[in-house]
Design a protein around this ligand. Structure first.
Ligand code: T1G
Ligand code: NAD
Length: 653
């Protein structure tokens, strides 16, 4: 039964039980209506508590039902009936109350939550707006500004914050059901609170501030429909009668649900949950994760160490000498300072986490490590030496991982005594912030090694995508392909700023030339020089980037790259770069021409999709949607377009 009704004396308890997250499907909607009818009809019942079994309150409507025509009873009707009940309903929330789950709680007369609970209306993350009264009831309960932030941003609030802003009536310390019973018993003789739909909305505190919020929202939307529809729905709710606003909200929700943007975002939602699955690991037990080793405390090593510390995993950081150990510790401290400044951790936790970091120059300090991640210079001889030291000093069951971007991890594995315990863990910089992690499946990797790598990814709350060994794995390989293409488009007649603007207009947070200036042109220049001897002479080679590097133009860090940076961050088109492109074209005998933005984007997309098909054909990726997950979470591909493979017609199997 999706909803069961029990009672303690004169108080009923309606329990929703629809694992894994109590999503509201047809059975739950019917069950809630039946519980409403029974509690209203039974004179012995004076009030009802709405509880959920399992780990969480209702996490929203069942997204899996969205592809089918909606089946009555519809959620808005269920909530209207609940709100119109003659006896009070109390939502007792634990875990997460999201989307339709929070809308149901808004239809109740009271709301209490466990201190660890989170409450939100994340529909915009699925290209939707709340479709069961959320945009109308929320600004009738809390401030208009808070309602706008919750609905247009889609981010949940913690239970203490929910109490502060008036979203809940009380925090439920201790046993949730007991707290709910106490709360209701104290109010059984009180008049029913006025239903939210009959209350006046809270007007914005300041018109000018509201305008600023509207402008920020338009800028942040970057052309997405849902955040703008959310703003429109809330502004309607602030000025129109509730019934009219509810009808408009429903129309807007149904329209968005059939919009390609929502279909794409729902694809990404399920793609991200499919990404971490490898059939071969279905019943494999991962190794323990109690102590992590990191070799190299540079940009990546310090970031990886920080990510592990933030997941309460003690770290032993190995560096070349005492000074480098201190430098690595300082980088970790800086990153934890940043987390504290963003209020992700407080001072006590900052101190505790730092106390879990040990630094050493002696690999013997790694005898307790369950998994070690190497992040030293991108140099194969050095990596071989490091893995030889790991062979000598780590337990045989300790998993060894390299964070290399471009070197052959099979080659590293082959040089060790136990190749089956060697995998790749390709983090993205900054490693303690970026959600994406590519887990590189080496030829000899054991299932236990892979399962332990996935377990670490889950512990670090990363999106872990498996990738086979090839040049650049999935993401960097596709990046290299379309970077070659944009260099060619540049030589053929476009400018860096035109190409970058076309990419921004498509939805990337920044264009590829601006991104290269940010990362530094010298890194890929060093790689091109390493590979010059083995380059295929029949392949087109554009030398513009090399010319820039030869002139010391490495990007923001040198004040000049593809752009000029007078203030160190604002890219200014540089006629000198356009002259270099013209000379490069002339030397290659190319007659340059103009490009439309559409042609630029079409070519970039086609290149990504072609490379993605090859990655699939070579079994580098487990599934097409994994490539979408990588490009969205590691390379800024606009989420609301679903990913390059989704746009090429691939759908989740
Ligand atoms: N519908 C269907 N399945 C869902 C689901 C949902 N709403 N939420 C999660 N699942 C599945 C998920 O696919 C996975 O399945 C399993 O549950 C565990 O999820 C009317 C219209 C709740 C914070 O957007 O944010 O309400 O892979 O791996 O990391 O206005 O799931 O095991 O087969 O993510 O602990 C609004 C979406 C819907 C919330 C838990 N609600 N879910 O995170 O587990 S629209 C949402 C989440 C709506 C109303 C509108 C997270 C979570 P499987 P998980 P988790
Ligand atoms: P980095 O130069 O910032 O850091 C490398 C660190 O390795 C230095 O601190 C150095 O002291 C240390 N080191 C060198 N030899 C050592 C030894 N024998 N024992 C212990 N420590 C030693 O480099 P990085 O950017 O952190 O890159 C490290 C690895 O991560 C490279 O393989 C790189 O390809 C890969 N990677 C880099 C990025 C990125 O964006 N920077 C992203 C993903 C992967």
């Amino acid at each position: 039964m999706a909803v069961t009704l029990t009672h303690l004396d004169d108080i009923a308890i309606a329990t929703v039980d629809n694992p894994p997250v109590n999503a509201v499907n047809h059975a739950v909607r019917e069950g809630l209506l039946a519980a409403l009818a029974e509690t209203e009809a039974n004179p012995a019942i004076r009030a009802t508590i709405l509880l959920c079994a399992g780990r969480s309150f209702i996490a929203g409507a069942d997204i899996r039902e969205f592809g089918q025509p909606p089946k009555p009873p519809h959620l808005p009707d269920v909530i209207d009936r609940m709100e119109g009940a003659t006896k009070p309903w109390l939502a007792a929330i634990h875990g997460t109350a999201l989307g339709g789950g929070l809308e149901i709680a808004l239809g109740c007369h009271y709301r209490i939550a466990a201190p660890s609970a989170r409450l939100g209306l994340p529909e915009v993350t699925l290209g939707l707006i709340p479709g069961a009264g959320g945009t109308v009831r929320l600004p009738r309960l809390i401030a208009a500004e808070e309602a706008l932030e919750m609905i247009s941003g889609g981010k949940p609030v913690t239970a203490p914050k929910a109490l502060d802003i008036g979203l809940i009536d009380a925090l439920a310390e201790g046993d949730l059901q007991e707290a709910a019973l106490d709360f209701l018993r104290a109010r059984l003789d009180a008049p029913l609170p006025t239903p939210l739909r009959h209350r006046q909305p809270h007007a914005p505190r300041d018109a000018a501030d509201w305008d600023k919020r509207r402008q920020r929202l338009h800028a942040r939307a970057r052309g997405q429909a849902a955040p703008l529809a959310a703003l429109e729905a809330i502004e309607t709710a602030l000025k129109e009668p509730a019934d009219l606003a509810l009808a408009r909200e429903r129309d807007s929700f149904l329209r968005l649900k059939s919009h390609p943007e929502s279909a794409a975002l729902r694809h990404v939602f399920f793609a991200e949950r499919a990404a971490g699955q490898m059939p071969r690991l279905k019943d494999v037990t991962p190794g323990p994760l109690t102590q992590i080793g990191v070799i190299g405390g540079g940009t990546m090593g310090a970031g990886i160490a920080t990510a592990c510390l933030l997941a309460d995993l003690p770290v032993t950081l190995i560096e070349r000498d005492a000074a480098a150990c201190e430098a690595g510790r300082a980088r970790v401290t800086d990153s934890l300072d940043g987390a504290r400044a963003r209020r992700l951790i407080d001072a006590d936790r900052h101190a505790t986490l730092l106390s879990q970091l040990a630094t050493d120059t002696d690999y013997a300090a790694l005898t307790g490590a369950d998994l070690v991640i190497e992040a030293v210079f991108e140099d194969m001889d050095l990596k071989h030496a490091v893995f030889a030291a790991l062979d000598a000093h780590t337990r045989p069951d300790c998993i060894l991982a390299s964070n290399t971007s471009y070197l052959d991890i099979n080659d590293i594995a082959r040089a060790t005594a136990q190749p089956d315990r060697v995998i790749g863990l390709h983090f993205f910089s900054p490693a303690h912030v970026m959600k994406l992690l590519e887990l590189i499946v080496t030829d000899r990797a054991s299932d236990r090694a892979l399962a332990t790598g996935f377990a670490l990814g889950k512990r670090l709350r990363k999106l872990t995508v498996p990738a086979g060994v090839c040049d650049g794995f999935i993401g960097n390989r596709i990046l290299s392909s379309y970077r070659r293409d944009t260099d060619a488009i540049l030589q053929d007649g476009a400018t860096p700023s035109q190409i970058d603007q076309a990419m921004r207009d498509f939805g990337f947070p920044m264009g590829i030339f601006e991104m290269q200036d940010l990362a530094g042109l010298d890194i890929s220049w060093a790689m091109r020089k390493r590979r010059a001897a083995t380059r295929d002479p029949s392949e087109r080679y554009v030398d513009i980037a090399d010319t820039l590097c030869e002139a010391g133009r490495f990007g923001r860090k040198t004040g000049r790259g593809w752009y000029l940076y007078e203030d160190g961050k604002t890219p200014i088109p540089d006629p000198e770069v356009e002259e270099i492109a013209r000379q490069s074209a002339a030397a290659a005998g190319i007659t340059r021409r103009s490009f439309s933005d559409d042609e630029i984007i079409s070519r970039i997309l086609a290149t990504m999709q072609r490379e993605g098909e090859e990655i699939l054909n070579e079994n580098i990726a487990e599934r097409a949607s994994d490539i979408d997950v990588v490009m969205i979470n590691g390379y800024g591909f606009p989420r609301w377009r679903g990913g390059p493979m989704y746009m090429a017609g691939h759908r989740n199997s």
